[in-house]
Write a protein that binds this ligand. Structure first.
Ligand code: UN1
Length: 496
């Protein structure tokens, strides 16, 4: 069957890449299933999109924020109506199971309704002036044209975290979706367009990070960049953006720990660890990649965890009985394989999985077994570096203090979880875990849209999405209105 061909969206028009080049988007569970053909854009296409966004900014910034927000509200409604179709498309292009792609679309719906409310807030501050008959306030202004570079693991939710706050704030956008999952961004933007978003306010340029992404980061008319992806690429984005002093919001890697104390509800901790490590096939920046076990429960936990990991059903995410879908592409499989090899070389023990699945129905996709590594020590590479696959390390410790120390002993700091019934330890851990997110008696994955999202150390560069995204997509203007009808000199005329 002929596959659909998608074009860039620039100034309301559908355009192919100027070079004419395209890339195929394949289902990672079945490479015979071609999801679509997308433009392989370059600098010329980015330049057109930025020019269209710049033109649209002149009028979009003047649309009252509550009106901008109404478009987002309608978008939420349309996403709700189209949820099943968009989830299905997403499973085909990204691989994660339908229950999870429905969750991904739901996260975009939640974000639409949450940010729509922001249209009637966007609060600034008023403050007294030091002079008589003078009024002082601060107001939020849009930044201008913003560039958004989004990942493949949350193909609709993460684009919505960036697009919606950028739009309600009055910015216009050029978005470059991940090469593996452009369709979900097309679907999201289609819902915006069908809700009345004017042409040029959001422009899509599909293509690789090295061509389209770099051009967007370097374009002088792009005023800010919001990026989610690996720490390696994030560092390049920040360095390139520095040349034109662009603010950059980076959301990057994790090496998230779930700590299980001796007094924990063990079944609950097992459920959490299984979901945190193997949900989304381990391909979340919040995924549990280290399970830190206090000695008293370690043996029992490991036996039960390994047995359950081995039983997980792996397959095509469109099959509702499947629990773990494929990895997104062959290069991710190579990374998982490489890290299993590194771990075994360092002395870790393979307790479950460890291999790509290539036989029978798996032969057409990129599947990797849920993998459990035991006997891991905190200094091994497998305990410190992000894998972004279904590979989890088990590390044992004696005291609560050691558990916290191991959790903190890495370069990343996104999500952490502690399982305990001791409320004192829970609050101490909330204080002491070096991470942007801490869960008590819940897994490391599952952040909600109306709380700050982001991390410390190499996970981010200090910005937060979710509840704080507006801070990145607006710039402050200080306003003074002097109604004294005379020259009043600050710091001089009011001095004793
Ligand atoms: C990510 O993996 O980049 O908290 C985002 C979670 C999801 C978002 C993950 N709501 O696991």
């Amino acid at each position: 069957m002929a596959h659909p061909v998608f074009l860039n969206l620039i100034g309301g028009e559908r355009l192919s890449a100027r070079s004419g080049k395209t890339v195929l988007n394949l289902n990672p569970a079945d490479h015979d299933d071609v999801v679509g053909e997308f433009p392989a854009s370059g600098a010329e296409d980015v330049a057109l999109a930025v020019a269209a966004a710049k033109k649209a900014f002149a009028t979009w910034r003047l649309v009252p924020a509550p009106k901008r927000a109404e478009i987002l509200y309608r978008t939420g409604q349309l996403l709700q109506e189209r949820k099943e179709q968009y989830a299905h498309d997403m499973t085909r292009e990204m691989g994660k199971v339908l229950a999870e792609t429905r969750g991904d679309v739901q996260e975009a719906i939640d974000e639409a309704y949450y940010v729509a409310g922001e249209g009637r807030r966007l609060f600034g501050k008023t403050t007294p002036s030091e002079l008589q008959n003078k009024f002082a306030m601060s107001v939020r202004m849009p930044v201008g044209v913003v560039g958004l570079i989004t990942p493949w693991n949350f193909p609709m939710a993460i684009p919505s975290w960036k697009l919606f706050p950028a739009l309600v704030s009055g910015n216009t956008c050029v978005i470059k979706p991940a090469t593996d999952t452009p369709l979900s961004v097309y679907n999201l933007v289609q819902a915006l367009v069908d809700s009345g978003l004017p042409p040029g306010v959001v422009n899509i340029v599909s293509g690789s990070g090295s061509s389209a992404g770099t051009a967007l980061v370097e374009h002088p008319d792009v005023r800010a960049i919001s990026f989610t992806g690996s720490s390696e690429v994030g560092s390049l984005v920040a360095q390139r953006a520095a040349a034109t002093f662009k603010p950059v919001s980076l959301e990057m890697g994790g090496k998230n720990a779930q700590i299980v104390l001796d007094d924990a509800n063990l079944d609950l901790a097992l459920d959490g660890a299984l979901w945190g490590a193997f949900g989304t096939t381990g391909q979340r920046c919040t995924a549990t990649s280290r399970i830190l076990l206090q000695k008293g429960i370690a043996e029992e936990f490991i036996t039960k965890f390994v047995a359950r990991a081995k039983k997980l059903k792996i397959g095509n995410g469109l099959d509702e009985s499947v629990e773990v879908g494929p990895q997104v592409n062959a290069s991710q499989i190579e990374t998982s394989e490489k890290y299993v090899e590194i771990a075994l070389g360092e002395g870790a023990k393979l307790l479950a999985g460890g291999h790509a699945l290539t036989d029978g129905s798996y032969s057409k996709g990129t599947f990797f077994e849920p993998t459990v590594l035991g006997g891991v020590t905190p200094t091994m590479r497998i305990a410190r570096e992000e894998v972004f696959g279904p590979v989890v390390s088990l590390i044992e410790f004696d005291t609560y203090e050691q558990g916290i120390e191991i959790a903190n002993s890495i370069d990343y700091g996104l999500s952490t979880a502690l399982y305990t019934k001791d409320v004192n330890r829970a609050f101490a851990a909330i204080r002491d875990l070096e991470a942007g997110i801490t869960y008590i008696n819940a897994p490391t994955i599952g952040a909600e849209v109306h709380l700050p999202f982001g991390g410390v150390k190499h996970t981010g560069n200090g910005h937060r999405e979710g509840s704080e995204a507006i801070d990145f997509f607006t710039t402050w203007k200080a306003v003074y209105v002097d109604y004294s009808d005379k020259l009043q000199r600050a710091q001089i005329d009011n001095a004793e």
